[in-house]
Ligand binder design. Structure first.
Ligand code: HEC
Length: 311
């Protein structure tokens, strides 16, 4: 039989396999293992040297023994070496064992004595390509078993958890870079500077106008320009309902989840600044009149911590 690979393929191939295996098993971070650990580089150098040395020695021994052979033996050897790997006895033997397929010449062996007007039936085994697929799945199963059940490969649930953990870490990092500004309810005052109000107006136009109307006259949501309030008036109550959402109606969402508290304060100040503007087409008043800063609203369901407005 001819050798399967010539030495100029065999040596680099073996070397590459060992190199890849080392890289796979040695955890060397972002640098290749043989760069990070000089011992690995040394090992690889010695390994390469040995590979070449063995090749040289083997071919030398082959040459010497060849010269020692008789003419007859030389002839036999040459004959044997012209047979390709696929034609070799060893390969043929194993392939017929693995697939149990019968050559066309041996058809008679699998012929059934069913004869339908000259159409005859063979009792063939599965075609070889099909059988090979089975062997591939068996090999795959073996690798899978070792990888995931002996060497602790991650299963789907673990993979998912690591990914979630990674994502959360990244989210925290991101949040760390842009910390959400918080502001507590009793720090909330109505801002009056034009910069804050125009920022508030901008947010209002983008987010709130769809439900409360472009001028605050109300659409889905109530009129924000009159003196009547469902959830209590005053800057603190307005801030609170924008920040936490309405406790009575989920359509008014908790915007503090998406907006910075400082921005909520700005938009609340803008809303509060709309008091008394009477936009055309405004909705009729809803809720109770917010009379006086200090006066409690008549509405008993109003938030417990509604604090008198700063305005
Ligand atoms: C999806 C529609 C919708 C959006 C968007 C919306 N709101 Fe509302 N809003 C409502 C509804 C409905 C109510 C009434 C809640 C209730 O009955 O308690 C409400 C109530 C309010 C109230 C209290 C009114 C009161 O009488 O007590 C304020 C203040 C308010 N919204 C401001 C805002 C601001 C500011 C924004 C933008 C950040 C906004 N809303 C976005 C629907 C919306």
């Amino acid at each position: 039989m001819k050798k399967l690979f010539p030495s100029y393929v065999r040596v680099p191939l073996l070397f590459a396999i060992v190199l890849v295996a080392l890289e796979y098993f040695i955890d060397s971070g972002d640098r290749p293992a043989f760069v990070k650990y000089p011992m690995v580089a040394l090992f690889l150098a010695v390994f390469l040297f040995l590979l070449v040395a063995i090749e040289i020695v083997v071919s030398a021994v082959d040459k010497v023994t060849y010269h020692l052979l008789t003419e007859e033996q030389k002839k036999q050897l040459e004959e044997a070496q012209t047979v390709s790997f696929v034609d070799s006895q060893w390969y043929q033997h194993w392939m017929s064992k693995l697939t149990r397929s019968k050559a066309v010449e041996q058809e008679a062996d699998v012929m059934l004595d069913h004869d339908y007007d000259g159409i005859r039936e063979l009792d063939n085994v599965l075609p070889p390509w099909w059988v090979y697929l089975f062997y591939v799945t068996i090999i795959f199963a073996g690798i899978y078993l070792v990888r995931y059940h002996f060497f602790g490969g991650e299963n789907q649930a673990q993979e998912f958890e690591t990914e979630v953990a990674l994502a959360e870490e990244e989210m925290l990092k991101f949040k760390g870079n842009s910390p959400k500004e918080t502001i507590s309810l009793d720090q909330v005052t109505a801002l009056t500077d034009p910069a804050s109000l125009s920022k508030g107006q901008e947010i209002y136009k983008n987010v709130c106008a769809a439900c409360h109307g472009p001028q605050g006259g109300g659409l889905v949501g109530p009129n924000l320009t009159d003196t009547h309030w469902l959830n209590g008036g005053g800057i603190k109550n307005v801030f609170k309902v924008i920040h936490d959402g309405s406790p009575r109606n989920p359509t008014m969402a908790a915007w503090g989840k998406t907006l910075d508290a400082k921005d909520v304060q700005k938009v609340a100040s803008y809303v509060w600044s709309l008091q008394g503007t009477k936009p055309a087409g405004a909705k009729p008043a809803e809720g109770d009149v917010w009379k006086d800063d200090a006066a409690p609203t008549a509405d008993a369901s109003k938030p417990a911590d509604s604090i008198p407005s700063a305005k």
